[in-house]
Design a protein around this ligand. Structure first.
Ligand SMILES: NC(=O)c1ccc[n+]([C@@H]2O[C@H](COP(=O)([O-])OP(=O)(O)OC[C@H]3O[C@@H](n4cnc5c(N)ncnc54)[C@H](O)[C@@H]3O)[C@@H](O)[C@H]2O)c1
Length: 255
């Protein structure tokens, strides 16, 4: 859907994408390689991560990674260093399937898992990635948030809280790591046509009919549209952008 001009803005950069195997993460992986980056596709689903890396060729390697586990997060960063010798960017895209519940009927374990993957995962990936990015002279960290980190919705308390936390974690990290020349931003999509929506709708047409009208543009997004925004934040085109939450939500949060 985007023009995808081969701008090569990420040539020479190494980018680690956590939660790269499907949907938005896979679109970001493809866009990064199209723009000249070498990437590590890290995902809990190692088979799908490997399939994606195979499709992307020698610029991509896959690794199994559970972002909720410190050793696993560290190992993904070590793999980037071992294979490519540096790290210039981190994208934290992983999120657990969202449980539809209020605080009253949400299981404690479901709450902890959603917070763990979205928020603790971003913390752990950053904990190990930031020193390597700093050692190379700086770079860019992007957390994939959601419009529901900015505005609330029904029966999504853990998801809303995790995404709001992620947006503010990016700001706090932007403050701490500006001296290291590391820009840190979040990118908050509206509804995007990925399998995540197929847990609620029979197909994308139904998802678009159900969710599209809530967006000013009257439709849901394609994953490539979010990947284009991520590539901007990863690139030097965003050289003066840090501590921001970039909405790519078709205007959802405007009203
Ligand atoms: N699709 C949407 O409508 C939408 C809207 C707003 C925000 N988002 C956000 O965009 C991101 C991607 O969403 P998507 O729709 O592509 O979802 P998705 O479920 O297709 O992708 C999530 C990826 O994260 C991986 N993952 C899950 N748990 C993990 C773990 N513990 N460790 C490592 N990887 C793990 C999954 O295997 C999967 O590849 C998520 O953060 C989501 O909250 C999606």
């Amino acid at each position: 859907m985007t023009d995808n001009p081969a701008m090569n803005r990420l040539k020479g950069r190494v980018i680690l994408i956590a939660g790269a195997a499907s949907g938005i993460g896979a679109a970001i992986a493809r866009r990064c390689v199209a723009e000249g980056a070498r990437i590590v596709c890290a995902d809990y689903d190692s088979g799908a991560a490997q399939t994606l890396a195979d499709q992307l060729g020698s610029s991509a390697i896959a690794c199994q990674c559970d972002v909720t586990d410190a050793a696993s997060a560290k190992s993904a960063v070590d793999i980037a260093e071992r294979n490519f010798g540096r790290l210039d960017g981190l994208v934290h895209n992983a999120a657990a399937p969202s449980t539809s519940a209020t605080v009253v009927n949400l299981d404690e374990s479901a709450w902890r898992h959603e917070i763990d993957v979205s928020l603790t995962g971003a913390f752990l990936m950053s904990k190990f990635a930031v020193p390597l990015i700093a050692a190379g002279g700086g770079g860019s960290v992007v957390f994939i948030g959601s419009q529901f980190g900015r505005v609330a919705t029904t029966r999504a308390v853990a998801y809303c809280a995790a995404k709001a936390g992620l947006i503010h974690l990016a700001k706090a990290m932007a403050v701490d790591h500006a001296p290291d020349k590391i820009r840190v931003n979040s990118l908050s999509p509206g509804a995007v046509a990925t399998t995540r929506l197929l847990r609620r709708f029979p197909d994308f047409e139904a998802a678009n009919a159900g969710l599209g009208p809530a967006h000013l543009l009257g439709r849901i997004a394609e994953p490539d549209e979010i990947a284009a925004a991520a590539a901007f934040l990863l690139s030097s085109d965003a050289s003066f952008v840090t501590g921001s939450d970039m909405l790519a939500d078709g205007g959802y949060a405007t009203r």
